[in-house]
Design a protein around this ligand. Structure first.
Ligand code: NAD
Length: 237
């Protein structure tokens, strides 16, 4: 079977069997590029704050100033979402939020299962903000008998052996991997056999996955390395 290592960007618009709604699978997203997509959550965050403050409209210039982006960049980003501003008033916040969510595919909740309910897995399950990002954990799985049957943030920890029927029954497409490195590849393969199409991989392992599986590897160490490096430079000057 043809495989690819993970860590590569999510494949956008994969084979026909791959549901369009999963993550952001539109041509618009493909054209926008990863940098643009990565800026979208920060726009959303600010828009929700402004909305909570009772504001109805926002200008691209305000979004640019708050985030320290070039206004022309923000205008280009927002154009990809299809949102249309009004002269002198800017964008209607409600509509802009909806446009960005639609663009990112976050207007549909994506159901996910998580394997490995340890320190990190528990923290992820407990983060309520994922709901706003269109991600809903519907199942949590582990192999530790002491954990199986316990409740973590409203989800009952189930034995890993139950993952396959659970995923098939619920037509779940996304798997979150927070198992120890030694179990990463085999657990990912189990997920894929069960029908999972995308894996959010928090383990340090570069997974070997079939071509039609999208995966994204997360590593806090990368951000920390950049921060430490910048701190060192700051200390020297
Ligand atoms: P942990 O030991 O607290 O939790 C691991 C859990 O996985 C345990 O509950 C264990 O019983 C369970 N487990 C073991 N094998 C399993 C299997 N085959 N199927 C299902 N569950 C299984 O570890 P942690 O600190 O939560 O770290 C988990 C993973 O996340 C590790 O791979 C670690 O390297 C990684 N990690 C990544 C980052 C990051 O920045 N991406 C940060 C912290 C940890």
């Amino acid at each position: 079977m043809k495989r690819k290592p993970d860590g590569a960007p999510l494949t956008i618009g994969g084979p026909a069997a791959f549901p369009e709604k999963f993550f952001a699978a539109s041509k618009g997203v493909r054209d926008a590029g990863w940098s643009c997509i990565k800026r979208m959550p920060s726009y959303l965050q600010l828009l929700r704050v402004l909305q909570a403050q009772g504001q109805e409209y926002v200008s691209g210039t305000v979004l640019a100033t708050v985030h320290n982006f070039e206004p022309v960049l923000v205008r280009k980003d927002l154009a990809f979402t299809g949102a249309v501003g009004q002269p002198r008033r800017g964008f209607r916040i409600l509509e802009l939020i909806a446009a960005i969510e639609r663009f990112l595919g976050w207007d549909n909740q994506t159901k996910a299962v998580l394997a490995g309910v340890g320190s990190l897995g528990t923290a992820l399950l407990g983060y309520p903000g994922f709901q706003d990002l269109g991600l809903r954990f519907v199942g949590a799985f582990d192999i530790d008998r002491k954990k199986i049957g316990s409740w973590i943030y409203g989800r009952k920890v189930q034995p890993l052996a139950q993952l396959t029927p659970f995923v098939r029954r619920g037509e779940i497409l996304l798997g979150v991997l927070t198992v120890p490195a030694t179990a990463a590849q085999e657990t990912a393969e189990l997920m894929v056999r069960a029908g999972i199409k995308g894996i959010w991989n928090f383990t340090p392992v570069k997974l070997q996955l079939p071509e039609d599986i999208v995966s994204q590897k997360e590593d806090l160490a990368e951000g920390l390395a950049v921060l430490s490096h910048r701190l060192q430079r700051r200390k020297r000057t």
